[in-house]
Design a protein around this ligand. Structure first.
Ligand SMILES: NC(=O)C1=CN([C@@H]2O[C@H](COP(=O)(O)OP(=O)(O)OC[C@H]3O[C@@H](n4cnc5c(N)ncnc54)[C@H](OP(=O)(O)O)[C@@H]3O)[C@@H](O)[C@H]2O)C=CC1
Ligand SMILES: Nc1nc(=O)c2c([nH]1)NC[C@@H]1CN(c3ccc(C(=O)N[C@@H](CCC(=O)O)C(=O)O)cc3)C=[N+]21
Length: 282
């Protein structure tokens, strides 16, 4: 039976480090601030906004939540973003993605100020992540995956790692961060011929697809470390991951639960990035 590796101890450790630093900053009259920018009423955006706000405020970071109507024009959206770019009291900006169709993400990513772009939307930060340049911001969810692996002492260097899913929010950056730490990485996506075979090769298996219980026990090699990034909410509001937890638990050596797994670390990493932005700007 796998050890269940929960997010909370990881989040608590990071929170403790951050709280001390923020206390010092506040004692000198400083105040780190996060601005979130949401368009419309998407459920998973609201869930993230709620979790991120709760976590940030608990740590002592001020949060301004900007909510815009779902039918806002691109022009008006850009105007709101420019305000946050220019506002010297705002250290970090989180834009919830995906944006609605009338707003062109490939344009917006070039408008968000790179020094405030704490979730790696800007190509400047994507480039820095790819190079392993520590002055940039890596995306929060992939960073949370790495924090969990490190906290639980999983050796990344030289490991066979498989990543299922290749979006810019989860799979592709997870693969890049693992590669930068010298794992041997395979990535599967919707056009992969045999995703199960890719999954089975992973000593570390990271899954971020958005299909409930897609990963079965015969997809997982004996003793693998399984990180389930998926967040799927059914009609009754129950949350589940992309891994068939009950079955895979019997085969893996470690496995993250959903809820109480990666998601709870993501919001803490976001707070960490706001503090990093504050320090770089002051
Ligand atoms: N824990 C957390 O903090 C967070 C969790 N999430 C969750 O992670 C999951 C993924 O999110 P996100 O990356 O934004 O989703 P996307 O829909 O943007 O990407 C899904 C990825 O999975 C791939 N895929 C789809 N179907 C299959 C399949 N049958 N076999 C293999 N690959 C497949 C897609 O391939 P292709 O590229 O070819 O289309 C794509 O790369 C969701 O459940 C989301 O809710 C997201 C963000 C944060
Ligand atoms: N630019 C951008 N980056 C994202 O990372 C991003 C996004 N946009 N848009 C929406 C999706 C969805 N997402 C969630 C993260 C945590 C919870 C969540 O429920 N977190 C709980 C814990 C969940 C758990 O226990 O696993 C909490 O923080 O308390 C939900 C959803 C991020 N996303």
């Amino acid at each position: 039976m796998a050890k269940i590796i929960k997010g909370k101890p990881v989040a608590d450790k990071i929170t403790e480090e951050l709280s001390k630093e923020i206390e010092n900053i506040k004692a000198k009259g400083g105040q780190p601030k996060l601005a979130t920018l949401r368009v419309g009423e998407r459920g998973d955006d609201i869930a993230y906004e709620r979790g991120a706000t709760k976590r940030a405020e608990k740590i002592g970071i001020e949060v301004a939540s900007v909510v815009l109507p779902g039918d806002i024009t691109q022009e008006d959206f850009i105007e709101e973003l420019q305000k946050l770019n220019k506002d010297a009291s705002v250290n970090g900006i989180l834009i919830f993605r995906p944006l609605p169709k009338q707003i062109d993400e490939s344009m917006i990513k070039n408008i968000i100020a790179p020094e405030k772009d704490i979730d790696c939307f800007s190509p400047v930060n994507v480039g820095k992540m790819t190079e392993g340049d520590p002055t940039g911001f890596n995306p929060c969810t992939p960073s949370a995956v790495m924090e969990i692996l490190d906290f639980y002492g999983v050796e990344i260097k030289g490991a066979e790692a498989s990543v299922i899913g290749s979006s810019m929010v989860v799979g592709k950056p997870v693969a890049m961060l693992l590669l930068n730490r010298k794992a041997t990485v395979r990535v599967a996506h919707s056009k992969t011929r045999d995703t199960a075979a890719v999954a089975r090769q992973g000593e570390i298996l990271v899954v971020g697809v958005g299909v409930p219980k897609m990963v079965k026990e015969d997809w997982v090699s004996e003793g693998a470390v399984v990180i389930d990034v998926g967040i799927n909410v059914d009609d009754e509001g129950n949350m589940s991951g992309d891994v068939d937890f009950e079955k895979v638990q019997k085969k893996a050596s470690m496995i993250t639960p959903v809820p109480r797994g990666v998601g709870s670390v993501t919001t803490t990493v976001l707070a960490k990035h706001v503090l990093k932005a504050y320090k770089q700007q002051n």
